[in-house]
Design a protein around this ligand. Structure first.
Ligand code: 5AD
Ligand code: SF4
Length: 459
């Protein structure tokens, strides 16, 4: 591991390559990577570089990678290969994100065209790493400094769009036995209250109307407010909800053990907090949950859902599932189907177990065959798909409010999100992106809704 702030014992070699002037960032994986990718871009812009419209036009390409499953990692190496141009030249290539953290120098050894390897806690040092890479030596920085990157990054620039992410918490101390995140993102840290309020204000001043608070365990966020009082995520949401111009607040991803009564009550008391909760359970089998080191069981999970629904009856519940964890029997898998039936999801993500190097589960006996995993995943997804379609269908005939986020594929069509995070397609020549409009839902598909515009609520 080396980083450019180390005191040099020998004079640094002079740069031989040209300084890159146009960058392009591709982010894979979770929303936090999307957020990190934006902040890298803003930092490089603040240094005088420009964002390129395409990869081909860039002389610095940053692959902001995901290590969560094997497939995501394989994608990085095939992407690196594809960056070579027809004339044999290539842009400066930086591998950032969780693969960079997990594989470090190994990447530069395996893929010689990589110039920079930078972990998710070190990307504020990209400008120095670029300088170092210009000498022809790969620049590698996978440090997890005690002082977080956030203080070293420039303030947010204006975001010309209605929604934005805001990382409030990072890292994980939970050590689920299948998961790489505690190793790639490090220990749980919460960003300070005042910094978050300032960043949210900057986003709203730039035109953002909906903020999604991000964290690997976002509901473990803890801080101290301006009056010196300890606060949890609900306290932060309460203060953000007072920002004029901010219309909607969401948060993701939550851990069942950090679902406090205060946060559950916030779903009842704070209008701007949207009725949507992503609360992964992973499995419905207590035996498997124990082997996963989840520290909750199926009954305690369902009890939390029950409490949340009493607080906010229309909440849209979302979750994550892993099928084929080592030792999972047919009975264990059926317990997962049972918990899905009991919880009733509006939307969910489900994955085949992927052994990750260095995690305890990767060394467990009784790994499940690909064929069984495929079959279980299909059965689970059929059930989850039916629940999602039913949730969508139940909104037909209802009036709801939509925040318009992007152009649709059809002429004049706009796409927005309902409070329950469903995509809603509308045609309304008077509406613009960023508007909140009232619609009547006229039809529902498995993945989206069709809305009839009723009126403009706020422009
Ligand atoms: N294999 C499969 N899925 C995984 N996830 C995390 N680690 C693994 C793994 N090794 C899933 C979990 C988590 C989501 C982000 O990714 O469901 O909640
Ligand atoms: Fe992927 Fe997890 Fe890293 Fe996000 S935190 S980029 S999901 S490995």
């Amino acid at each position: 591991m080396s980083h450019p702030t180390d005191t040099p014992t020998v004079p640094a070699p002079a740069p031989i390559g040209d300084a890159p002037s146009r960058y392009f960032v591709t982010s894979f994986g979770c929303q936090m990577n999307v957020y990190d990718g934006e902040r890298m871009g803003e930092m490089l812009s603040a240094q005088g570089m420009q964002a390129a419209a395409t990869r081909e036009e860039a002389d610095l390409v940053i692959l902001n990678t995901c290590h969560i499953r094997e497939k995501a990692v394989a994608r990085v190496y095939s992407d690196i290969g594809r960056l070579k141009r027809e004339d044999g030249s290539k842009p400066m290539i930086a591998v950032a994100g969780c693969v960079a953290q997990a594989e470090g120098e190994e990447i530069a050894r395996r893929a010689r065209s990589v110039d920079i390897v930078v972990g998710p806690q070190a990307y504020h040092r990209l400008p120095q790493l670029i300088e170092q890479a210009r000498t022809g030596q790969p620049a590698i920085d996978t440090d997890m400094p005690a002082v977080t990157k956030f203080g070293a990054l420039p303030a947010r620039t204006k975001q010309p769009r209605p929604t934005a992410f805001l990382t409030v918490q990072e890292g994980c101390d939970k050590f689920c036995t299948y998961c790489v995140v505690p190793y790639t993102r490090g220990a749980e840290i919460s960003r300070p209250f005042a910094d978050l309020v300032d960043e949210a204000k900057a986003l709203v001043d730039g035109g953002v109307r909906e903020i999604t608070l991000l964290g690997q365990n976002v509901n473990a966020w803890a801080g101290t407010d301006g009056k010196g009082r300890p606060q949890g995520l609900d306290g932060l949401i309460e203060v953000l909800a007072e920002l004029p111009g901010l219309e909607r607040i969401r948060y993701t991803t939550s851990h069942p053990n950090d679902m406090t009564d205060g946060l559950i009550a916030a779903h009842r008391d704070i209008d701007k907090l949207m009725p949507y909760l992503h609360l992964p359970v992973q499995s419905g089998s207590d035996r498997i949950l124990k082997a996963m080191n989840r520290s909750h069981n199926a009954a305690s999970y369902l009890a939390i859902i029950d409490k949340v629904r009493r607080s906010r009856p229309d909440i849209a519940l979302s979750g994550d599932f892993i099928v084929g964890f080592p030792g999972e029997t047919e009975a264990d898998f059926e317990a997962t189907l049972d918990i899905v039936r009991a919880a009733n999801y509006a939307q969910a993500y489900s994955f085949k177990y992927s052994p990750r190097p260095g995690t305890p589960a990767a060394d467990m006996e009784d790994q499940i065959s690909a064929q069984i995993m495929d079959e279980r995943l299909q059965r689970l997804q059929e059930l989850l798909g039916a629940q999602q379609h039913a949730f969508n269908a139940a909104t037909v005939g209802k009036r709801t409010r939509v925040l318009l986020e992007r152009q649709g594929r059809k002429d004049g069509q706009l796409v927005g999100k309902s409070p329950w995070l469903q995509s809603v397609h509308v045609i309304d020549p008077a509406a613009r992106l960023g508007d909140l409009i009232d619609v009547e839902i006229v039809s529902a598909g498995p993945n989206s809704l069709e809305g009839l515009s009723l009126q403009l609520v706020t422009a």
